[in-house]
Ligand binder design. Structure first.
Ligand code: ZN
Length: 252
């Protein structure tokens, strides 16, 4: 059996080289029979804690059984536990987790209910037991957040372009025979790279005449400018304070 870092810490403690910080979560006392015991401060679970018993059971309780195992102080304690000088990585970065989930749903066109599937949740729990599963509504909100952030980035980049933007439209008919128009922008950035970005996908009432199509772009003379300015103004406030993407944008 391999020696875990937990065992190592206990080994060190039993040899007097390390005082385990896990005791800050327990109250040490002696029973009438003279046994040394430790009582969890959170749930009053009692363990025998003589010098020959180590603290493995106390750590295990705190890590996986105690009702307060996900409290900030407990997570911080395990995060700071070191073995051989290396910081142990425990807990779960929910920001990264939710962002990765949202991007995977977008990339593979999964239904929102994907995050509630029993099998999906089990896989995520196996990978990290600290993960907090999310509902389909939260997944939907995260994806909308990604959409607004990406849309704002795109429009900001369009407005700072040195050249012109070419807009094209394609029509698509649904199985219920509703007509939709896809507005695509083609442009060259300052590094001379050609880009093709979908700006909008809108329902257009029949008949699809020139004026009807023009109405979707805006009817001023400077159509492209009006379209972009209108869309920028219609955007919700940039979610700088949002947890989603905050880590990604701060690290870049
Ligand atoms: Zn407890």
């Amino acid at each position: 059996m391999s020696t875990t870092s937990e065992d190592t810490l206990d080994f060190e403690e039993s040899h007097g080289t390390t005082k385990s910080g896990v005791w800050s979560f327990y109250i040490k006392s002696t029973t009438d029979e003279g046994k040394v015991v430790s009582e969890c401060k959170y749930c009053q679970k009692v363990y025998i804690a003589g010098s020959s018993h180590g603290t493995s059971n106390m750590r295990r309780h705190l890590r996986s059984q105690c009702p307060s195992r996900n409290s900030p102080e407990v997570l911080e304690f395990f995060a700071k536990s070191t073995s051989g000088g290396a910081v142990r990585s425990v807990g779960c970065n929910q920001v990264e987790y939710r962002e990765a989930l949202a991007l995977s749903i977008i990339q593979h066109e999964y239904p929102f209910s994907y995050v509630e599937d029993e099998g999906t949740r089990k896989v995520h729990s196996v990978l990290n037991s600290y993960v907090k599963h999310i509902s389909r509504n939260i997944a939907k909100a995260d994806i909308l957040n990604v959409f607004h952030i990406e849309k704002r980035r795109l429009l900001e980049s369009l407005q700072s372009l040195p050249g012109k933007v070419s807009l094209t439209s394609d029509f698509w008919t649904s199985i219920t025979t509703d007509g939709y128009m896809c507005i695509t922008a083609h442009f060259i950035d300052k590094d001379c790279n050609l880009h093709k970005k979908i700006l909008n996908f809108v329902y257009v009432e029949a008949p699809h005449t020139g004026p009807a199509i023009s109405k979707e772009f805006g009817d001023t003379k400077d159509e492209n400018k009006a379209f972009l300015e209108f869309d920028l103004c219609s955007l919700p406030p940039f979610p700088r304070s949002s947890s989603l993407y905050s880590s990604a944008s701060s690290s870049s």
